[in-house]
Design a protein around this ligand. Structure first.
Ligand code: KG4
Ligand code: ZN
Length: 344
């Protein structure tokens, strides 16, 4: 009898993700069917520091790993012996955090005598879209924006990547988090700025749109961040009211203006009919709405997965792991974590 992998297995891949501050595990069948997804967030651990503290992240992953593995199997109603492979994030990410997931995956692969597939986290973020939209196929243009990355990537075919542009300084989520912190909003800052911006005037302050008109696809956000901080400092020094909602909305408008402009231009230049969003910043309401409007006028379709597949999650790791397995891309148990693993 043959199963979904054509070899007798059921196509069940256990995914493990620990690259930053989410301990996540999942069981995905045949690269498309998510049987379970567990995401244990460490936001409470890092909140009072206003950002992720690497050493605390590693420890929290250690504590969460075994319960998260058990829960993924229980929720999927499968046992360890039903698994056909283990897929795990190899990088990029925090090295100590990555090692927790990678070590657990190696131990499981060895004990169960099943293949280990070591996955690139950035590639997996893009694959969250192929997981969630079964009909979606390349070519696509992907905009990946998270706490650690901002990238515009042309994907002409499965597993082929042409990085068109990246951030030259702060990642998009990082800029949201830093500005939110300065404005006294909560952590993580992206959702807070997104929320409070609805009550503010995006035209209240004209912040700079860095690199908006250049011909490339790189991004720069540190100048904008500094402009917001200087603006608030001046208001405070002169005793004027700091209208947080207006400032948040004006900051967000500057970020989104550049993103929408560059994504749309890249989609047109590459002639793609489909654009996908990935990473936590893909949850941004203003980005989604404005990009959708801009692209649909040109007959281009926008895709973005639900929030639990935008943020760091193990289902995307398992889905990509399954595809890699089909292509014979199995890792040795000697494989190392790689903090700066590039996409292409
Ligand atoms: O992909 P993700 O969960 O983790 C990383 O790999 O970094 O992304 C987290 C980032 C945080 O910086 C958070 O502030 C940002 O995504 N984020 C948002 C929104 N929701 C989360 N940024 C803007 N608008 C949002 N609605
Ligand atoms: Zn991520």
């Amino acid at each position: 009898m043959t199963g979904e992998d054509g070899k007798g297995g059921k196509g069940l891949v256990l995914g493990i993700e620990t690259s930053c501050d989410e301990t996540s595990t999942a069981v995905v069948r045949g690269g498309r069917d998510t049987l379970s997804l567990v995401i244990s967030s460490q936001a409470d651990v890092h909140r009072r520091f206003g950002g992720v503290v690497p050493e605390l992240a590693s420890r929290a992953h250690l504590e969460a790993m075994l319960p998260a593995l058990q829960m993924a199997l229980d929720n999927a109603q499968v046992g360890p012996c039903d698994l056909d492979a283990v897929a795990v994030t190899r990088g990029p990410g925090l090295i100590g955090a990555l090692l927790v997931g990678l070590t657990a995956a190696k131990a499981l692969a060895f004990a169960l005598d099943i293949p280990l597939v070591a996955v690139n986290h950035l590639e997996a973020h893009i694959y969250a879209n192929f997981l969630y939209f079964p009909e979606l196929e390349p070519p696509v243009l992907a905009f990946l924006a998270s706490g650690g990355h901002t990238m515009l990537v042309h994907v002409p075919a499965h597993r082929r990547y042409e990085v068109l542009g990246e951030t030259l300084d702060d990642a998009a989520g990082e800029a949201y988090d830093k500005v939110a912190r300065y404005l006294g909003l909560g952590y993580p800052g992206g959702p807070e700025i997104d929320r409070i911006s609805r009550e503010g005037d995006p035209a209240a302050v004209r912040f700079p749109r860095a690199m908006m008109r250049d011909h490339g696809y790189d991004f720069s956000l540190s100048g904008l961040k500094t402009a917001v901080i200087n603006h608030v400092r001046k208001l405070r020094e002169s005793g004027e009211e700091v209208r947080v909602a207006d400032i948040a909305a004006s900051f967000q408008a500057a970020v989104v203006d550049v993103q929408v402009h560059k994504i749309t231009r890249a989609a047109l230049e590459r002639g793609v009919q489909r654009v996908v969003l990935a990473g936590g910043v893909a949850a941004n309401r203003s980005l989604r709405e404005r990009l959708e409007a801009e692209l649909s006028r040109r007959g281009i379709r926008l895709y973005y997965p639900p929030m639990n597949l935008c943020v760091d999650n193990a289902a995307m790791i398992a889905a990509l792991g399954w595809r890699m397995l089909q292509e014979g891309e199995v890792s040795s148990l000697e494989v190392d974590a790689s903090a700066n693993l590039p996409l292409a």
